[in-house]
Design a protein. Structure first.
Length: 71
């Protein structure tokens, strides 16, 4: 993942990939270019931001917005 100023980068173990969070908007992008809104990130707090792989793959395949994740 190319590093640009104005972004904070981290590694997500559950996806085995890097993420980038825009410092101004808070929008998160994964290395494979999937976008997670701030509202979706609030839901992901329950999982310590370790996005469940199954959820990520479904979002990647169908798009849409995460409303809730059941354990």
């Amino acid at each position: 993942m190319e590093r640009k100023s104005g972004w904070t980068y981290s590694f997500i173990d559950s996806l085995n990939m890097n993420i980038a969070i825009n410092d101004q908007t808070g929008i998160l992008y994964t290395e494979d270019k999937i976008r997670y809104s701030k509202k979706e990130q609030e839901i992901l707090k329950e999982f310590e931001y370790q996005i469940p792989l199954e959820v990520h793959l479904i979002k990647k395949l169908f798009g849409g917005t995460i409303l809730k994740i059941f354990r």
